[in-house]
Ligand binder design. Structure first.
Ligand code: PLP
Length: 235
């Protein structure tokens, strides 16, 4: 590993320490929580360096950027078996690229998008793992379905043949105060518990980023999505 990779390795180790400390504080096993490294705006080389330091799951927001990066990583490091998660807003004309290249999608918030992903998932790949994005902060401008509509969408998505509904995702408004950070995460957890009571086999909450992963883990996050704390500021 070159010296250029050392800050990345140290940053990854610090994030793992934060996850472990937050898990222990919540009485949870650190191994229950998956770290998704959000590599948007960083090149294939950064993904490969993180992968060489042990990171396996990567998240991307923009389809075109991701498609190019996934191909570059495969060319430059064919030995790496990585898991790719799409976490950005989904336009209906981009669903095929997502269905063909990703393992997970966190940002499903409309049935039409879910239907297209199911139709376009290649038959030789396992069902696409999906999460429904819920707008738990309530701003009209943000993506994500309203909490009151999440159950109806979840049951419809769970019936699509080439998708596997795993749970819920949210991106709450930034808050400084830890107690205020926890409120929307608690809301998402309660929504997931409601789906479980309704009989859906869902087990995953994708919540928590660089600034609030501790609050998310305290409320049951299974996947934390971390960019800045691993790769540095995006310019
Ligand atoms: C960019 C992004 C992240 C990572 O945010 P950081 O604050 O850099 O950790 C996580 N989730 C989503 C959906 C994002 O767009």
């Amino acid at each position: 590993m070159s010296s250029l990779d050392e800050p990345l390795q140290a940053a990854l180790a610090r994030v793992h320490e934060r996850i472990s400390a937050a898990a222990r504080a919540a009485g949870r096993e650190p191994s229950e929580i998956a770290l998704l490294a959000v590599s948007k705006a960083f090149p294939a080389e950064a993904v490969i360096a993180a992968a060489r330091a042990g990171q396996r799951r990567f998240g991307e927001n923009y389809v075109q950027e991701a498609v190019e990066k996934i191909a570059q990583v495969r060319d430059m490091a064919p030995d790496l078996a990585l898991e790719w998660h799409f976490i950005g807003p989904i336009q209906s004309n981009k669903t095929r690229a997502i269905a063909e290249r990703f393992d997970w999608v966190h940002s499903v918030d409309r049935l039409k998008i879910a239907q297209r992903l199911s139709q376009q998932r290649p038959p030789d790949r396992p069902p696409l793992a999906v999460l429904i994005q819920v707008n738990v902060s309530g701003e009209a401008s943000k993506s994500g379905i309203a909490p009151a509509e999440a159950s109806t969408l979840a049951h419809a998505v769970a019936g699509l043949p080439r998708l596997r509904l795993r749970g819920l995702m949210a991106i709450p408004e930034p808050e400084q105060d830890a107690a205020r950070q926890r409120m929307p995460f608690a809301r998402l957890r309660e929504l997931l518990e409601g789906l479980q009571r309704e009989g859906l086999a869902v087990d995953t909450l994708s919540m928590g980023m660089s600034a609030d992963l501790e609050a998310a883990i305290a409320e049951g996050a299974k996947i934390v999505r971390v960019g800045t704390a691993i790769f540095g500021e995006r310019t």
